[in-house]
Design a protein around this ligand. Structure first.
Ligand code: BYC
Length: 469
């Protein structure tokens, strides 16, 4: 059932802008068609216990009730307007813009389209997962993430329609035409074309790839283009749940693996994920997600910063905001060895953001290692690979490094790749574990139960109800 435009919760006074309303009215059926074609496969008539944002107030952004996914109320919400000034770059201290400045139109459109493209891409990547959910609790979390990625697409499409005229409308249409993994019309960023057909990959994606989203959104939340800053600020509140799903999902897999090891049992025989496979999937998804920050040295990033389009993580808490006359030292490969290079700080902004991301990932790894220790799995320790390992973007792309970041020859990479990254057999084994567990409160053999349910509900709550006969 299609929703009418009046039912789109929003705080942007949609009804007062006829042109915008018409544009969104045309886009909406195409969005629903896209959702039907490449959104979650199955479960569309089920009643799912979902959180819907109905306003930006403390009591409005997390409204829980049972909803059929196609009837989810995808809303448009911007944080309330405040007297912000541009907080960094060459225009620091000037008032933020309510409209797109002509000279930044192309750059802003490109940033918004790149951000927007990831949202439907992730829904497409995850579309088959419902059929092999490890529990009803996890099934509900998957669908929560999916509908909110849909809302984040709406958030970006609103900006395109409202501020970018005909170009914006065309870009909004193309967002529904590209497809994750497609040969002809792939999604823009590489990690969003990788298949996610098992739940270990899903939790890794929600942990590592969604976390890139957190840092990119945080950088855009500083933008001088105020509607972008205000909408990304609100998206960040929802993003926290996606990161929770990923980090705790991996943690529960780690816990099960650690408990079995402590009991002297073989994870494979017990239908759980062996330790070395968890490590390989970390190596894969961490390295793929590092690429999403762009090249280590980037004139695009310098231009975005100078122009006040994209700041640093928590720019407002930093001591200075111009990043002029400062250097960032990094080791880069040159002629077969690593040399230290001094890069003007503005050109290193992608790397500066990546630094924050790596710290955050390390925090999660420390937590998983604590889980292993508390389970009694002494001697098991998960590690983040070096940031040079398995890179497809930046100066390390096309070169070979081991997980410690040491240069290795191509033959060694070829001989040892299977020790570090999932092989076809590893993927087949993980897939063989994926059987649907849908009875209330039950968990698959490879994952520990969560410590508590959603929104104060018990773990065995009926989070997903079959369609009424
Ligand atoms: N794949 O100057 P460079 C999320 C291209 S995730 C393919 O180093 P720049 C979410 C680049 O386009 C967050 N191509 O990069 C997560 C450029 O091409 P041209 C998404 C890539 O521009 C889970 C060339 O390489 N948000 O929200 O400084 C579920 C040189 O680029 C890649 C954003 O990304 C790549 N990985 O930075 C749901 C924020 N990386 O110009 C949602 C918006 C680079 O030579 N995007 N290239 O043709 C940006 O701010 C920037 O575009 C990037 C790249 C940070 C992505």
């Amino acid at each position: 059932m299609a929703q009418s435009l009046e039912s789109i919760p929003n705080n942007v006074d949609l009804s007062s802008d006829r042109r915008l309303q018409r544009a969104l009215e045309q886009w909406q059926p195409n969005f629903l068609q896209w959702w039907k074609e490449v959104g979650p496969d199955g479960f569309q008539r089920h009643q799912v216990y979902l959180r819907t944002a109905i306003s930006v107030e403390a009591n409005g952004w997390a409204h829980f009730n049972f909803v059929r996914m196609p009837e989810y109320r995808w809303g448009i919400f911007l944080e309330p307007k405040s007297e912000r000034k541009i907080g960094f770059g060459d225009l620091m201290g000037e008032p933020v813009w309510d409209e797109v400045p002509g000279e930044h139109r192309n750059a802003l459109r490109r940033i918004i389209v790149t951000q927007a493209d990831t949202e439907p891409a992730s829904v497409e990547q995850q579309r088959q997962l419902g059929k092999t959910c490890p529990s009803m609790y996890d099934l509900r979390n998957l669908f929560q993430v999916n509908v909110e990625e849909g809302r984040h697409l709406w958030a970006m499409v609103y900006l395109l329609h409202r501020f970018f005229g005909r170009d914006g409308r065309e870009e909004a249409d193309e967002l529904l035409q590209r497809r994750s993994g497609s040969h002809d019309k792939p999604r823009i960023l590489n990690a969003f074309n990788e298949p996610i057909d098992d739940w270990l990959s899903f939790f890794m994606f929600a942990m590592f790839t969604d976390r890139d989203g957190k840092y990119q959104l945080a950088a855009l939340a500083q933008s001088g283009f105020d509607p972008l800053a205000r909408t990304t600020r609100f998206m960040l509140t929802e993003e926290a749940h996606h990161l929770f799903v990923g980090e705790t999902g991996v943690d529960r897999i780690v816990q099960r693996c650690g408990e079995l090891a402590a009991a002297g049992k073989d994870a494979r025989k017990e239908g759980a994920v062996p330790f070395e496979l968890i490590q390989k999937y970390i190596n894969l998804w961490f390295s793929l997600s590092l690429d999403l920050f762009g090249g280590e040295v980037s004139s695009n990033a310098a231009d975005f910063f100078a122009a006040g389009l994209k700041g640093r993580f928590r720019e407002d808490t930093l001591g200075e905001h111009k990043a002029m006359g400062q250097i960032y030292r990094m080791e880069v490969p040159e002629g077969g060895e690593l040399v230290e290079q001094e890069v003007p700080l503005r050109n290193a902004m992608n790397e500066v953001l990546r630094d924050e991301y790596v710290k955050d990932c390390q925090r999660a790894l420390d937590r998983w290692n604590k889980t292993l220790a508390s389970a009694g799995a002494t001697g098991m320790r998960l590690r983040l690979p070096h940031r040079r390992f398995h890179r497809g973007v930046g100066p390390c792309a096309g070169l070979y490094f081991d997980p410690e970041g040491r240069f290795i020859p191509e033959q060694e990479w070829k001989a040892r790749e299977g020790e570090w990254l999932p092989t076809a057999e590893d993927r087949a084994f993980v897939k063989s574990l994926m059987h649907p567990v849908i009875e209330r409160g039950k968990m698959a053999s490879w994952i520990a139960p969560p410590p508590k349910g959603i929104n104060g509900m018990p773990i065995d709550f009926e989070y997903v109800k079959p369609p009424e006969a």
